[in-house]
Each structure stands twice: as structure tokens, then as C-alpha cells.
Design a protein around this ligand. Structure first.
Ligand code: GTP
Length: 404
């Protein structure tokens, strides 16, 4: 058993360089970050809408086959079912607002409806089709209808789903399909019945593997695209998206959102005197230290070269004092000459008058940071215009000893 596991880990897992956490992430969505969840939701929703749009057109067109192959009553019933299905597909394909609070649940619900429509179609038509299948052509078309749920399971393969999600979504499809088969009395012989089930499970297996590898690929891409390579903070672009979302969410719930615009002081001199590599190390240390001081719910965005924006949801400006205290206790890191790095900080709050959007918040925080520079650096300018020195001279030595 242990040699089998060794072979699997050496030949299957190792080449793809997956660690335990990544494998777990492909099995269950439990550990997904909110940004990954949001991204997966938008991919799933876009694909559901695309397929539903196609089906809304193609499903009614299939009526031609029904009218050519079956008697008028059966064909009319099938056309009725097709129109109903096309309507549901049309509703699914209709452009809609993405849920702000639960986009992932919304996407999975839409996907479940997409999967259930063909399965229900099969369930409601199976009995009627079995009774109406007299000729060879009719039997052939009926058999094709019986493969609908299997095709649906195969279609799951295009969605970035974890193994457990794919299995749970497949469960109602398989159950309805088997129920339809039993109901129609088409496949009473065990061999045929089992063969059908086996085929469905194979399709599900393929869909699970495809979904899992898409999950892994998506996670790798999202992390790479959203985070700055050097500092690990959010990139400006992904940070703006996250900030826009947090602004809306905090506004909706009436909670305050606070921004701290942080700009390293006299950073050019580090590059000029010690080189770009040393400057990069300082930026990494600064980012690590700020992130350590932040809470899990806060974001750090690298806004530009040595400028960072800390986004603090559900935080009134007066609570930012404790963040600054933590940053002060930890220090921002040391310059190559051993001196503590300092920063100028501007604070802005969503609770200030005339704060229509996040852009105006960033603009205010930026202006206040600039003001902090002009007032001597190493300090904070608050929304009420108050100026506060960040590292009192008497504490500089203590900061030096704990920093970096
Ligand atoms: N090493 C390194 N330097 C960078 C990076 N991005 C921007 N910089 C440098 O950051 C420096 C910013 O300098 P300035 O805008 O003049 O600001 P400053 O020297 O920090 O002075 P004040 O902001 O006025 O305190 C420039 O020398 C940039 O080249 C980076 O990714 N790595």
C-alpha cells in the first residue's frame, strides 16, 4: 500500500508540483478565498449563461425532428416540453446583476437549474416516448433522448468545480435519470440498466477531473494576476476592484470603510545609494510588516512604486490608531544603513461628507499623505486635518531594535 502511494506521489502528483493544501482545494471549496470564490462564480455564471443562451435557441429547433419522427400527439407534447425548457434557458441566459454578497451561491444555483432542465425533460418524456416508439427510427430517437442526462454530466466538465461540488451537482441528475428509466420500463434488464449507470459515472469521473484541474489552474492564475510579484500585496488593478466591492458592501450595511494611503519616506535615496535590489528588499519588508499589522479582513494594495493603500472595512477612522500603533510597535523595517524606515500616511473615511465613491476616498487619502510629507514626513494626517507624528523621536531607538 505504501509503495502504491509512493508511486502515485512520485509519478502523478509530483510532476504537477501540487502540495497537500492544493490537492485539498481541488477536492472541496471550503478553503477558497473570497476573491477566488468570486472569480469562480463569474466564470461559472458566464458559462451557464452562454450555454443556456445556445440551448434557448437550439432546443426549440429540435422540434422539427419530433414532428418528423413521432405521431402528432407525442410530437406536440414534446414540442410543449421543449418550449418550456427553452423558456427556462432563456431566463437563465438573461443578463443579470451579480449578487454582491453571495455570488458563488447564485452561480451554483444557476448551474443546478441548467443541469436539471434536461434531466426533468427526460423524466417527463421517458414514459411517453417509450409508449410511442414503434418504428426503428422512433426507437433510435428515444434512445438518444435517454442519453440526455449522461450528456449533461459530461457537460459538467467545462465548469471549474471541486470534486465534491461536481458530485453533489451530479446527484440529482443521476437520481432523476434512474427514476426516469425505471418509470419508462425501458431498461429493465440489469445489464442495460447497469451499463447506463456505469456510463454516467464515467462521465462524472471525467467531469470531476476536468473541473478539479480547472480549479487548480484558475487558482494559480488568479493568485498570480491579483498579487504583486515583489511584495505579495494586491496589484493596483485587482485592488481597485476589491476596493470598489468593499465600498459598496460597507455602504449597503452602513458600516464605515477607512483607507490609509502609505508612502515610504525618502525611498529614492535607498535605490540611489544601495541599488535597486536593496530597494526591493525594503519594499518586501515594508509590505510584510504592514500586512502583519493588518487584520485578516483588511487589504493591502500596492498602489504604485513605494505607495501602498491599506483598506480597512468596518472600521471608523478612530480605530485606525490601533493599526498605526501596531505598525509603530513592529516597525516598518530597516533601511540598508540600519535606520528605521518611515512613512507618510493620509487617512480617509467613507463617513466623511461628499464621499460619493471609493475614488474620492483614495484622492483624499492621497492628498493627506502629501500633506504629511509637507509637514515633515513620518506622520499621519487624519480626516479632521489633525497631524500626528508617527515615530516620536524618543522612541526611534526602540523602533530600531524591534524593526525588520
Ligand atoms: N527598488 C525599487 N524601487 C522602486 C520601485 N518602484 C518605485 N521605486 C522607486 O521609488 C522611488 C520613489 O522616489 P520619490 O517618488 O522621489 O519619493 P521618495 O524618494 O520616497 O521621497 P518622498 O516620497 O518625498 O519622501 C524612485 O526612486 C523609484 O525608482 C520598485 O519596485 N523597486
Amino acid at each position: 500500500m505504501s509503495s502504491l502511494w509512493q508511486k502515485i506521489s512520485k509519478n502523478i502528483l509530483a510532476p504537477s508540483q501540487l502540495n497537500g493544501n492544493q490537492i485539498l482545494d481541488m477536492l472541496t471549496p471550503a478553503g477558497r478565498t473570497s476573491e477566488l470564490r468570486r472569480h469562480a462564480a463569474s466564470v461559472i455564471m458566464a458559462r451557464v449563461q452562454l450555454i443556456a443562451g445556445l440551448f434557448a435557441i437550439l432546443v426549440p429547433l429540435g422540434s422539427i425532428v419530433d414532428l418528423l419522427v413521432f405521431d402528432l400527439k407525442t410530437a406536440a407534447n414534446l414540442v410543449g416540453l421543449r418550449i418550456l425548457a427553452a423558456l427556462v434557458f432563456g431566463v437563465l441566459a438573461w443578463p443579470r446583476e451579480v449578487s454582491l454578497t453571495r455570488p458563488y451561491a447564485q452561480a451554483l444555483a444557476a448551474l443546478l437549474v441548467l443541469l436539471l432542465v434536461p434531466s426533468l425533460f427526460h423524466l417527463f418524456s421517458a414514459d411517453m416516448l417509450a409508449a410511442a416508439s414503434q418504428t426503428r427510427t422512433q426507437q433510435l430517437v428515444t434512445q438518444l433522448y435517454a442519453y440526455l442526462p449522461t450528456i449533461v454530466l459530461g457537460g459538467l466538465a467545462i465548469f471549474p468545480l471541486t470534486a465534491i461540488e461536481a458530485a453533489l451537482l451530479a446527484l440529482p441528475v443521476i437520481t432523476l435519470s434512474l427514476y426516469g428509466v425505471i418509470l419508462s420500463g425501458q431498461m429493465t434488464e440489469l445489464a442495460q440498466y447497469g451499463g447506463m449507470l456505469w456510463f454516467m459515472l464515467m462521465m462524472l469521473g471525467v467531469a470531476m477531473f476536468s473541473g478539479m484541474s480547472q480549479c487548480h489552474y484558475m487558482a494559480t492564475l488568479v493568485v498570480k494576476a491579483m498579487h504583486d510579484q515583489l511584495t505579495g500585496a494586491y496589484t493596483r488593478r485587482s485592488g481597485e476592484d476589491a476596493l470598489a466591492l468593499l465600498f459598496r458592501l460597507n455602504n449597503m450595511s452602513g458600516k464605515p470603510l477607512t483607507l490609509a494611503f502609505i508612502d515610504l519616506d525618502r525611498f529614492k535615496s535607498v535605490n540611489d545609494s544601495y541599488g535597486h535590489e536593496a530597494g526591493d528588499r525594503c519594499l518586501r519588508t515594508l509590505s510584510d510588516n504592514i500586512r502583519h499589522a493588518l487584520r485578516r479582513s483588511d487589504l493591502l494594495i500596492r498602489w504604485g512604486g513605494e505607495e501602498f493603500v491599506a483598506v480597512l472595512p468596518d472600521t471608523p477612522p478612530e480605530y485606525v490608531g490601533s493599526l498605526l500603533q501596531r505598525m509603530r510597535d513592529m516597525g516598518l523595517g530597516l533601511r540598508p544603513d540600519g535606520q528605521p524606515m518611515t512613512a507618510s500616511i493620509g487617512i480617509a473615511s467613507s463617513m466623511e461628507a461628499n464621499t460619493a465613491n471609493w475614488e474620492s476616498m483614495v484622492q483624499r487619502a492621497d492628498q493627506r499623505m502629501y500633506e504629511a510629507k509637507q509637514r515633515g514626513r513620518d506622520g499621519v494626517v487624519w480626516p479632521d486635518g489633525r497631524w500626528q507624528k508617527l515615530t516620536p523621536v524618543s522612541q526611534t531607538d526602540a523602533t530600531t531594535s524591534t524593526a525588520g
